[in-house]
Design a protein around this ligand. Structure first.
Ligand code: G6P
Length: 522
């Protein structure tokens, strides 16, 4: 990662997923890197800061065991070349080269974690914020959900907050506290009460809808979520729309006066700012994966599979918000209406099964399989399978596919940012067309150089696919070059730098040229 921010304050960071998770093979405990852009971005940050600790939830495998043996204290990880746990006793004499990161695992007992994660965070909050409910029938909130909120969500937030507070106090009560995502909406206020000198930001990585959508939750839940977030100095989002919607919720649901021009709200004697900082990717790290031998081998295989035909690609978690089923239906419609694509186009879908302990996600995975099968049954031949559906999480394969594809489809019904779009544009080698949902945060930055998809309209998506597949190469080349330049300029180091500078100054006027929200996109 280039040019990481300099910060004099210690940093205490909180997210549900951590930088690594631990597994045991025979007697050996090994660490595997966490997946996803957020984890990559934050790993780069924390490993470069002089005093930073990353608090996260012990989420499976050997994590709880590692947490227990550390007795609630942080553990240290060497990140290079592969992550490994450092033995605290041996460390002094050990020759550790490369980046070292301090991590504190919070063990949340299963009877708290299940309702916290499996009933409230996913699906309830996720579904409300991505507007996935058909409210004629879903959701129904009863005793179980009420209990899950109190005994799961509130309790898990308390446990995470206690760990954060301890780490802030260990640093004399003064630290930049960076809280992340929808799992921990109540933490900022708890930390504020215990550590009044901390500077707190809460970054919401998923869409924030307007007040009507939040009225699915009764006041005793939604008010606490909003008041929890108002414990922060900065509540941050990926887009201006999300930041504005947050303020509108504060106004309408809590009845508090807001200042839309300043994008702030006064809470007692404090000012809470709502800001937007579009997250990005670590271009160098991605390129290293994309150029490695493993990716090259995958690329050779893809070239052999596609030949001189065309490759349409999508890379997603199997999440209903990603709109995978409608994407396959649009592709089926394209093949119905354009028989000239027969035997010439493959739709490669690299899908990572996600949250299978939540019924809605398990059902959606079944629907995805059925939709792919329908397209293949209707159009496939002895030598051609139009949809190549692969359930896996393999960054090398994804990177090879990014390099080779002719069209990348992102048709999400709602998406905080969508880093897949940013990853593909910087490493594609085929003058790829980006077909990008208007409902993805990335559309604010990259929409000008993409074909916009309207996620509910499969006829429009089929037309857009046709337009992409038949677009003149000069135009494709030009658009891709512009999109790639935007991502290279607004990389993840810049995303972090701007936030930390603004948090450190806490007055937009004093911030540097780069500070302030809405990173320039042109
Ligand atoms: C989104 C969320 C992250 C979450 C990730 C994977 O990107 O913003 O907070 O970690 O999905 O979901 P999972 O439930 O597997 O952690």
């Amino acid at each position: 990662m280039s040019a990481v921010p300099e910060l004099t304050l210690p940093v205490v960071l909180l997210s549900h997923r951590g930088p690594v998770s631990f597994v045991r093979d025979d007697d050996e405990v090994s660490a595997t890197r966490g997946a996803g852009g957020l984890v990559t971005a934050l790993t780069g940050l924390t490993a470069h800061l002089a005093d930073a600790v990353w608090v996260c939830v012990a989420s499976g495998g050997e994590d709880a065991e590692v947490a227990r043996s550390a007795g609630g204290s942080p553990v240290r990880l060497a990140l290079d070349p592969e992550p490994r746990l450092l033995d605290p006793d041996a460390e002094a004499g050990e020759d550790v080269t490369g980046r070292v990161l301090t991590m504190r695992l919070v063990e949340i007992p299963p009877e708290v974690h299940q309702p916290f994660y499996g009933v409230i965070a996913n699906p309830l909050l996720w579904f409300i914020q991505h507007r996935l409910y058909g409210i004629g029938s879903h959701p129904t909130l009863g005793r179980e959900e009420r209990r899950a909120f109190e005994e799961g969500y509130v309790a898990a937030n308390r446990m995470a907050a206690d760990a954060v507070i301890e780490e802030v106090e260990r640093r004399g009560g003064k630290a930049a506290v960076l809280l992340h995502d929808y799992h921990f909406y109540l933490v900022a206020d708890l930390v504020r009460q215990a550590c009044p000198d901390a500077m707190i930001s809460h970054f919401v990585h998923i869409p924030w809808p307007g007040p009507d959508a939040w009225k699915i939750l009764p006041p005793h839940m939604r008010d606490r979520i909003l008041r929890g977030l108002l414990g922060a100095d900065v509540v941050a989002f990926h887009t201006r729309t999300d930041a504005r919607n947050f303020l509108l919720c504060v106004q309408e649901l809590l009845g508090m006066p807001i200042d839309l021009a300043e994008r702030s709200v006064t809470v007692g004697d404090r000012t809470v700012r709502a800001r937007s900082y579009p997250i990005s990717i670590d271009v160098e790290t991605l390129k290293a994966v994309a150029c490695a031998e493993e990716a090259d081998q995958y690329l050779t295989a893809l070239d052999a599979q596609v030949g001189d035909g065309m490759l349409v690609l999508r890379v997603d978690r199997t999440d209903p918000s990603k709109n995978i089923v409608r994407g396959f239906e649009a592709f089926g419609l394209l093949l119905d209406e354009h028989p000239e694509y027969a035997e010439r186009v493959v739709f490669l879908a690299l899908l990572q099964p996600s949250r299978q302990d939540v019924a809605e996600y398990a059902d959606y995975l079944t629907e995805i399989g059925a939709a792919a099968t329908r397209v293949n049954a209707a159009h496939g031949t002895a030598t051609w399978q139009p949809v190549d559906l692969r359930l896996a999480s393999d960054m090398s394969l994804a990177a090879a596919a990014y390099r080779r594809c002719d069209v990348l489809v992102v048709n999400a019904v709602a998406d905080g940012m969508n880093l897949v779009a940013k990853e593909a544009v910087v490493i594609n080698e085929h003058d790829m067309v980006l077909a990008l949902s208007e409902a993805a945060g990335a559309h604010d930055e990259l929409g000008r150089f993409a074909l916009t998809l309207y996620p509910f309209d499969i006829a429009q998506q089929a037309d857009a696919l046709h337009e992409a597949l038949s677009m003149p190469v000069e135009l494709r080349h030009d658009r891709l070059a512009h999109a790639a330049e935007i991502v290279r300029r607004n990389d993840v180091a810049r995303w972090l730098r701007i936030q930390l500078r603004e948090l450190a100054s806490l007055t937009p006027d004093e911030a540097s040229d780069e500070a302030g929200d809405d990173v320039p996109i042109g």
